[in-house]
Design a protein around this ligand. Structure first.
Ligand SMILES: Cc1ncc(COP(=O)(O)O)c(C=O)c1O
Length: 399
């Protein structure tokens, strides 16, 4: 079969399942209002939670870095790409997060597929929450460790798995997300970390959505839930709340040294570009100086959840700036997504395989800069559309 025939057949099957995706074209800087497919809409999608992507301090820092350093690092960190800028960012990240050290990766995806195989391999065990991010699943596959999956957020089940692993030879690594990217709930880290400690497992926390948005100091889910001491490796991104690009793994100095030596996605890839690194450094300063941004973000999320609850719309289990409204059917989900766009709001419909089959949803994300009126208008539009498009079974009852 030639490539086009194969691609056509595969795409037909995807269309038949109702999970065909296309990329929307957005215009302008990432902000609470943007152009989507040529139309100005209020944005309730994306991860620029603190609205830093177009902050003047970041824009100026990245422009200055372009002038001083050019647009590329020009190679991998272990050859010619290790700039003083990278080292400074990593020191500042470690200082902010209260860890001994940090190491930058090019994306959160690359951090997970680099860190996991650096810590466990064949003969070891990786213990993973069933709703962990795809990059953790791929990192687990690459590691060749035995993977034990436990039901989402179930500390008792996790404890049983970890107890069984404790009897095996080899290392055990527990990996969980801090804030689940499709449900907006928080991992019950206190019980998880306690169980891992009791059974001698290492703990890795992917806090892509929690760092800089949660915790008194903005250090994320582990700070928020007071378990920072129990986390061995913290992975976070620079491309979401920080409004820049890249990611990091933070922990001990020995962890950093190990990753520099063995993490393949770090070693065999060009270093982050200077403008991105400079923007991340500037963003970190804004996050330090303006804690009000993360408080406002969480206030906005609470308002959205409360307004939807008052209208009888469940946003369970969200308790963060990621707020899902489960719709169920793929077609209904996408009709409501399109309806919102027509009314001037963009919240993305999410279908399998990003979420389990039958749980298609609208994934609404807040920003610190959303206004109350925008949130309320969004809720009104969504409630109208939910009523206009009842669930498929209710819309077409069998005779
Ligand atoms: C939990 C989680 N981990 C990792 C990633 C990957 O991060 P990045 O977009 O920087 O590759 C994401 C991205 O959506 C995520 O939600």
């Amino acid at each position: 079969m030639n490539l086009d025939a194969f691609a056509g057949e595969t795409l037909d099957a995807i269309r038949e399942r109702g999970t065909y995706r296309r990329m929307r074209v957005l215009g302008g800087a990432q902000a609470a209002r943007m152009e989507v497919d040529g139309k100005s809409v209020a944005l309730f999608a994306g991860s620029n939670y603190l609205d830093l992507a177009h902050h003047p301090a970041l824009v100026e820092a990245s422009a200055q870095a372009s002038r001083d350093y050019g647009c590329a690092a020009g190679g991998s960190r272990l050859i010619n790409g290790n700039l003083d800028l990278h080292e400074a960012l990593e020191c500042e990240l470690a200082d902010f997060l209260g860890t001994e050290a940090a190491l930058a990766f090019n994306t959160g995806y690359m951090a997970n597929v680099g860190v996991i195989p650096a810590l466990v391999g064949r003969g070891d065990i990786l213990v993973s929450d069933e709703l962990n991010h795809a990059s953790i699943i791929d990192g687990a596959r690459l590691s060749q460790a035995t993977v034990r999956v436990f039901p989402h957020g179930d500390v008792e089940a996790l404890d049983r798995v970890l107890a069984e692993c404790a009897d095996q030879s080899g290392r055990t690594l527990l990996v969980v997300d801090g804030v689940y990217s499709m449900d907006g709930d928080l991992a019950p880290l206190a019980g998880m970390v306690e169980s891992a400690r009791r059974h001698g497992a290492m703990v890795m926390l992917d806090d892509a959505h929690g760092t800089f948005t949660l915790g008194e100091k903005g250090r994320g889910s582990a700070e928020h839930l007071d378990v920072e001491e129990g986390v061995d490796v913290l992975v976070g991104t620079l491309g979401k709340s920080l409004g820049s690009f890249g990611a990091f793994a933070a922990g001990s100095a020995l962890l950093r040294d190990l990753l520099v030596n063995v993490a393949r996605s770090f070693i065999f890839s060009c270093a982050l570009a200077p403008p991105q690194v400079a923007a991340s450094r500037a963003a970190l300063e804004v996050v330090r100086d303006e804690p009000g941004r993360r408080w406002q973000l969480q206030c906005n999320a609470a308002r959205l959840r409360a307004r939807l609850a008052a209208a009888g719309v469940s946003t369970d289990p969200s308790c963060s700036q990621i707020v899902p409204v489960q719709i169920g059917g793929n077609a209904r989900t996408m009709r409501i997504c399109e309806g919102l766009l027509e009314r001037g709001f963009y919240a993305q419909g999410i279908r399998h395989p990003s979420v389990p089959e039958g749980t298609a949803r609208l994934r609404i994300t807040l920003m610190a800069s959303h206004r109350e009126q925008e949130i309320d208008a969004f809720v009104d539009a969504l409630c109208d559309l939910l009523a206009e498009h009842p669930p498929e079974a209710a819309a077409a009852p069998k005779a």
